[in-house]
Design a protein around this ligand. Sequence first.
Ligand code: FE
Ligand code: FE
Ligand code: MG
Length: 152
Amino acid sequence: DELLSMLNQAFADEWLAYYQYWLGAKIVKGPMKDAVAAELLLHAGEELAHADMLALRIIQLGGTPPISPEEWLKVTHCGYEAPTDPFVKKILAQNIAGEQCAIDVYQRLMQIVKDADPVTYNIILTILQQEVEHEEDLQALDEDIDLLMMRN
Ligand code: FE
Ligand code: FE
Ligand code: MG
């Protein structure tokens, strides 16, 4: 039951991350915005794929994913940061924080399932690898923007 509630929490996080990335890609402004928007949109799709993997596993374990979007905000661990400032470095910082939170969540989940549930472990490991990649991609873009801004 504790595992199911953690998986539901992660599922809510993934939908909120999906929307935060998807919207960020539409509204982002500033240096390198096209490259950043393309990466944000790619990540959005990958967060949705994570939600899909989690939903399948929640159902296999006899649970039910959050039945309404209202529940996402009630059960989320990483929350939702509205991109009220469209400046590219602000959008990147919000999503980097989101990825760092997701990495923490999945590392904790891995500890819980590591000896007890190899199927869930494998799913969590796959997702965690992508979250680490997401965080690095965003950090790299942020560094490139800093270099660009220094030279102009
Ligand atoms: Fe994700
Ligand atoms: Fe991610
Ligand atoms: Mg990427």
